[in-house]
Design a protein around this ligand. Structure first.
Ligand code: GRF
Length: 211
């Protein structure tokens, strides 16, 4: 029986689409019950609608500084769709302990770095500036501290000579789409605690750059 998953987005929604497309497989353990955006103009809302998924725009701007009221509205929308598990997919608002607590142990996030390296924003630029040779993405459980919850799965990609932010972001994003769907399935089928999902899909460069 498929579990009901709600996805929170703020923009493009490519990870949401990856989850939604995976969930079309009858054997996949999740169905996407609702996609909620805090930005009514988020491109991902139209992509979800096109897939026949229920959508809700719950603009944080309507709630002013009252983050609790905004989260209460999100919580009500999730409950109305009988959501069991929440996936953050490019959701750009920090959550308060209220919503994190409501979904403790059943709220996942995808972050575009190999955590604990590069929490927060602009991860690709920071990875390039740091000169790391591997970068990647992480699926983790959401806790009150940003980008610090238990790691469920990671995928690494090489940083190639000449990479700019856009090239690196594109390489990581392709891995995000595969990893998130795999990590959610593993989480829902109870294998998450046994062994972390790890992936290194991209081959190393043929030649290493001179130091
Ligand atoms: C992704 O890189 C995700 O890891 C980060 O925000 C971006 C969202 O992209 N949290 P999209 O909206 O899923 O296309």
């Amino acid at each position: 029986m498929k579990r009901r998953v709600g996805i929170l987005i703020s923009g493009r929604g490519s990870n949401m689409v990856a989850l939604a497309d995976a969930a079309r497989d009858p054997a996949y353990p999740a169905e996407i019950a609702v996609v909620i955006s805090n930005d009514p103009t988020a491109a991902g809302l139209a992509l979800a609608e096109a897939r026949g998924i229920a959508t809700r725009a719950i603009p944080h701007r309507h709630f002013g500084r009252d983050r609790a009221a905004h989260e209460a509205a999100i919580d009500a929308a999730l409950a109305a769709e009988e959501v069991e598990v929440v996936c953050l997919a490019g959701y750009m608002r920090l959550l308060t302990p209220f919503l994190v607590g409501r979904y403790a142990g059943r709220m996942l996030n995808i972050h575009p770095s190999l955590l604990p390296a590069f929490p927060g924003l602009e991860t690709h630029a920071r990875a390039l500036a740091a000169g790391v040779k591997f970068h990647g993405c992480t699926v983790h459980l959401v806790t009150e501290a940003m980008d610090e919850g238990p790691i469920l799965a990671q995928a690494a990609v090489p940083v190639r000579p000449g990479d700019d932010e856009a090239a690196l972001a594109e390489r990581v994003l392709a891995e995000e789409h595969v990893l998130y769907a795999a990590a959610l399935a593993r989480f829902l089928t109870g294998d998450a605690g046994r062994a972390p999902t790890a992936a290194l899909h991209n081959p190393l460069p043929d030649t290493l750059p001179a130091p």
